[in-house]
Design a binder for this molecule. Sequence first.
Ligand SMILES: NC(=O)c1ccc[n+]([C@@H]2O[C@H](COP(=O)([O-])OP(=O)(O)OC[C@H]3O[C@@H](n4cnc5c(N)ncnc54)[C@H](O)[C@@H]3O)[C@@H](O)[C@H]2O)c1
Length: 323
Amino acid sequence: MGSLDGKVALITGAGRGIGREEALFFAAEGARVVVNDPGVEPDGSGGDRGVAAAVAEEIVRAGGRAVADTGSVARWEDARQMVETAVEAFGDLHIVVNNAAVERNRALPKLAESDFDEVVGVKLKGTFAVSHWAARHWRERRAAGDRVDRAIVNTTSGSGLLNPLPAQTGYAAANAGVAAMTVVHALELRGWGVRVNAVSPSMVRTRLTRDVPGMPPAPADGAHDPLHPRAIAPVAAYLASPDCPFTGQVFSVRGTTVTRNQGWTAAERVTGDDAPWTVESLARALGALPRHDPFEALLTTLAAALGPAARDTLHRDIDALLT
Ligand SMILES: NC(=O)c1ccc[n+]([C@@H]2O[C@H](COP(=O)([O-])OP(=O)(O)OC[C@H]3O[C@@H](n4cnc5c(N)ncnc54)[C@H](O)[C@@H]3O)[C@@H](O)[C@H]2O)c1
């Protein structure tokens, strides 16, 4: 008996990397899966319709049930069609895993409008679009008396939450937006029995992290690889499973460590007397607070993850990005 027996799951970006492993894992746990992926390059260009089909075929060969969908989550009509495909193929939709993403890492002066639009279009608008059409379907089912447990699992990134990285304007902003959307949708859909959570993968070995400095090499054949993309799938499946009590949460996953995140929290405060603040009085009050330099915070994180050499290269890397 699988944890997702009888469920229908739509997984976006499921042709490769983390999404592919989620599709295989969800199917092994008993879900019928819509494998969505237009098979694009890491920057969103090109397309290969065979990528989604190959994963769906792999699931079917292993005795599971799956169909392929090659639409783009960034296109409104494609997102609607994905939900319809699930309903047509399997009679309903219970789980949405918003996983699709592209990256165009460029420093601010070099980042074109089209780069920003592509990255935010896939990750942020795509998450909204697919969740929107799923919610419309669930509203209809609810009105028809359906009380089945349903779930959305979004995918965000430390780049938008704990460690925004240089050259990731669109990617970091979109991922921070997905985390915010996770809470908004959890609040809105609670009354319909829909839970909404997010996974935040960290240092997973996919084509997106191939060139990340300090990424350890894959272990020899057959050895357990804690950074393999399949590390994320059980967490996504748990969040999607009917017994999961969580909603509105973001869980980071690095190897075998799963961490519940907490969003922006209020830190130090100053309160004025009855007179309005002036620039001078604010400068005195706020200027006395401790300083938190995001550059230092990033250095500390990189040094912890990648070793002390990261400290020496960060200044140089950022300068190189900007020239
Ligand atoms: N790899 C990591 O360490 C890491 C870290 C943090 C977050 N993430 C997140 O995990 C998710 C998966 O990333 P990955 O590393 O497996 O990358 P990946 O490039 O291997 O897989 C992403 C898949 O999304 C698909 N895709 C792109 N645009 C699409 C669109 N418009 N519609 C539908 N599908 C589309 C691609 O074709 C690709 O198969 C992303 O949301 C990414 O932001 C990954």
